[in-house]
Each structure stands twice: as C-alpha cells, then as structure tokens.
Ligand binder design. Structure first.
Ligand SMILES: Cc1cc2nc3c(=O)[nH]c(=O)nc-3n(C[C@H](O)[C@H](O)[C@H](O)COP(=O)(O)OP(=O)(O)OC[C@H]3O[C@@H](n4cnc5c(N)ncnc54)[C@H](O)[C@@H]3O)c2cc1C
Length: 437
C-alpha cells in the first residue's frame, strides 16, 4: 500500500514522468490485503503528531473515495471502545480529553440519564463518551450487559484495502507509470550516493531516486545498503469467521474490548486445560484489546476478529507461524464482549486465519523521508496503520522528492531521530505500544 500510494502520488497527482514501481510479488499481497482495513483519527500522544498525520491521510482517503465513485467502500461507522470496569472510566475520559485536545474533534460526554447520543450521525467528528449502560444496551444490544462505558470515536471506519490499492494502481498505469515484477537484490552506493540497483532477473538500473516501501522486509532492504534500520517486527493475525446467525449487524462501529480478559471455559474444560503445560496458558489472564468488525464481501457476511495477545518481537518468516489455537482463542475472547458468539465455540479449527508482520520503530511512528544515502528515501515502518496512513505518507515522501513545503509532522518521522541519543534515551517501552491495537 505504501509503495503503490507513493507511485500513485508521484505519477498521478504530481504528473511526474518515468516512475517505476517494482515488487517481487503481486502488489498488496504481502501485508496490505491481510489487515482489518480500518482507519481512525483517534490517536494518543505523546503529542498531536499522529492525530495531525492521520487527519490528513483520512482527508486524502475521503477525496479518493469521492473521486473513485466509492470504489473501495470506505465507511464511517466509527470505533467503539468498551469497558466493563467502572474504575477505568476516569482514565478513559482523561485519555479521550487528551486526544480531543490534539485536534481529533470534540468530546461529547453523555452521562447517565442524559440524552443526545446519535449513533448514526456519520458526519460527526470527535467522539461520544457514553456513560449510561442502558443507552449502550439500546444501541448495541448484543454486547455484554457488564459494559459500563463506551467511547465512540467518529472519524473512523473501514474500507476494502485491496480495492483501494488496485484503483490507485490502475490510475498509475493509465498515466504511463510502469510496474515490473522483480526483486531488488543489490544496491550499489558510490560516495554515499545511490549508484545502481541490481534485480534478481539480472536487470541493472541507474535510477535518479529510489523510495523503499518494503514493509516487513524493510530491515533486509537496509542490509542491502549496509544500513541497520531501527525496526522490529511483530506477528499480528486475524480470523475471518462466518456469521450465519447474523449475531453482528453490518452497521455497527468496530468494537474494541479495552479490559484484560479470561477466556470463557466450562469448569471441566478449565480443569483439563490447566492440567497440561502446553495448554495452561489458555486459562491465564490475557491482555486487553480484542476487537471485531463486520465484513460483507463477495456475498458473504463474516466477522473479522483480531487480537494480538502475544506481542513478542520476531523475525518475519513465511508461511506465517500461526498458533493452531489462535482462531478458537479469539472466538472465546470475543465472547467476553459479545456473549452470543459462544454459538461459534468449536469453530476455530475451520475458521480462516491470516495476517502479517507489523514493521515498527521504537516510538511506533513511521519512517518517512531521506535515508543517510543520497537519493534514497523511505516510506516504511507503518506498523498497524499502513492502510490508513499510506495517503499522507505518500504525500510526505513525494514532498521530499519535489522540494514542496513539508507539513509540521514531517520531522517526527525522519530517520535521524534514531541517531539522536537524547531522543533515544527519552523513549520508553510504552512509546513502542503507543496507539497500537
Ligand atoms: C492483522 C493485521 C491487521 C491490520 N489492521 C490494519 C488496519 O486496520 N488499518 C491499517 O491501516 N493497517 C492495518 N494493518 C497494518 C497494515 O496492513 C500495514 O501497515 C501495511 O500493509 C504495510 O504496507 P506496506 O506497503 O508498508 O507493506 P507490504 O504490504 O508488506 O508491502 C511491501 C512490499 O514490498 C515488496 N518487497 C519487499 N522487499 C522487496 C525487494 N527486495 N524487491 C522487490 N519487492 C520487495 C513485497 O513483495 C511487498 O509487496 C494491519 C496489519 C495486520 C497484519
């Protein structure tokens, strides 16, 4: 998505001649068509950088949606963050006030007995913090009645990422952009300047400028240039669960359970699982963040369920090393939020699972801009937000190439920040998780 959006921006938006898009596989098929395809302007701190960046990207997505005749089914159904823990409400409110203060829009608070929450107003910005469980139950009758608060962020939703990517790719080819299926095997650098690129096919090119958007292979790309790039990887998966009982309506927001969970087992199952070392973990407390959204595609109603309960950094390998218990674990966790999904217990084995690797920096912000080698740029490390961020990211990297004035968030994404010992020392483990779902 990052590479296609960059090529689109350069060739279609800016009319630059001679743009060549190179990928060793069909574009969009490694990571970009494997995610939840969602977007949000609702980003935590430490400052307003990510909110401003995503606001811009969403504006560009909205324009593309109009221009393409809604070719990629972008909706604005929102994200609903739910909690069943009354003690968490003050924190939820404080965090929401902070994000609102960053420019994500007004925070409307709906206390018990208060009215005015309009779930369907799709033009709303900001967020609604609904503190009346009966109002939540009225709008989302299938979520657990333990839910005590809901933060409904409004400039959020999802789309068909593959359709978006292919729409841009088609426009790129129409204006004379070229696509070559090949693998960049070597990059020769002379006097700290890009010299030539060697492909697996044996082709050698001397491009004026190179932009890398190599997703989870970005680290390997760095090694081709003798650069150790400051990124790590996490495996994130999702399930595509058929919903023949229509438990999840099509018009709801994405639902995110923000409390830690215990998976739901019968006493007998719990006893059996805790009796074995390799299944005992299934009875432990799991981290917060399990989420779902409805998907209607190719004539089928499904639920996308996502949960990364194991966030250890890893080296990307394919095929993905997916835990065989993953699907059943996600279904069981989702029932904490939507109890009726227990109808699908035992379906884990037949549920489709896919996913990919988040390529992340230590501050969970992207790398966009020049690298220390002249004429080589990067648009990568897009973590869990590459589909939603690709438009603003492409615009930004194009701005560097053409010498356009850059937005205020540009310096926050430059490579050099990881060469600054003061910045590095200021980072905490929390920064690497900032805003991550
Ligand atoms: C489970 C999951 C859920 C997600 N949910 C969301 C979401 O809701 N919203 C969102 O915005 N993002 C989401 N993401 C993240 C998003 O999918 C990624 O950030 C995004 O796809 C990254 O795009 P990319 O173009 O950088 O990488 P990729 O899509 O991986 O593309 C990189 C391309 O580079 C090519 N390449 C690499 N090395 C070479 C080489 N040497 N020569 C030639 N070609 C090369 C590869 O073949 C590949 O096609 C999710 C990700 C996952 C895994």
């Amino acid at each position: 998505m990052a590479g296609v959006a960059t090529a689109f921006h350069l060739a279609v938006r800016l009319g630059i001649y001679g743009v060549l898009l190179v990928d060793e596989r069909d574009p969009l098929t490694l990571t970009s068509d494997k995610g939840t395809e969602a977007y949000r302007n609702w980003w935590p701190g430490p400052d307003d950088t990510m909110v401003r960046f995503m606001q811009r990207s969403i504006t560009l997505l909205e324009l593309l949606s109009l221009e393409s005749g809604h070719a990629f089914a972008m909706n604005r159904q929102g994200y609903a963050y739910l909690t069943g823990e009354p003690d968490r409400i003050p924190l939820m409110r404080r965090e929401a006030e902070t994000v609102s203060g960053f420019g994500a829009g007004l925070l409307r608070i709906h206390s018990t007995g208060g009215s005015g929450y309009d779930a369907s107003a799709s033009s709303l910005d900001g967020a609604d913090l609904v503190l009346d469980p009966s109002v939540i139950a009225e709008h989302l009758p299938f979520v657990t009645h333990r839910t005590v608060a809901m933060l409904h962020a409004r400039r959020c939703g999802w789309m068909d990422a593959r359709a978006l990517g292919h729409w841009m790719l088609d426009r790129f080819l129409e204006v004379g952009g070229r696509f070559v299926r090949d693998c960049v095997n070597a990059i020769d650098i002379r006097n700290d300047r890009l010299d030539r690129v060697v492909f697996a096919s044996g082709t050698v090119l001397y491009p004026g400028t190179l932009v890398f958007s190599t997703g989870p292979l970005f680290h390997e790309t760095g090694l081709l240039m003798g650069l150790k790039l400051p990124v790590s990887h996490e495996l994130h998966c999702k399930i595509i669960l058929p919903d023949p009982d229509r438990i999840i309506p099509a018009d709801i927001p994405m639902l995110i359970w923000t409390d830690p969970v215990f998976l739901s087992w019968t006493e007998e199952e719990k006893r059996r699982l805790s009796g074995h070392e390799d299944t005992r973990w299934l009875t432990d407390k799991f981290p917060a963040g399990v989420h779902l959204r409805p998907r209607h595609r190719d004539g089928r109603d499904t639920i996308l369920g996502v949960w990364t309960y194991d966030r250890n950094p890893c080296s990307p390998v394919w095929p993905l090393p997916i835990n065989p218990h993953y699907a059943e674990t996600v279904i069981r966790a989702l029932t904490v939020m939507v109890p009726r999904l227990s109808a699908y217990f035992g379906k884990g084995g037949e549920t489709f699972v896919d996913g990919g690797y988040y390529c992340k920096t230590k501050d969970n912000r992207p790398l966009i801009g020049p690298l220390p080698v002249q004429n080589i740029y990067v648009n990568a490390a897009l973590s869990g937000y590459g589909v939603m961020a690709a438009q603003a990211a492409a615009e930004l990297v194009a701005g560097y190439l053409t010498g356009e004035p850059l937005p205020a968030y540009a310096p926050a994404f430059r490579f050099e920040r990881f060469q600054d010992p003061v910045y590095l020392a200021s980072l905490t483990a929390r920064d690497g998780m900032e805003g991550q779902l």
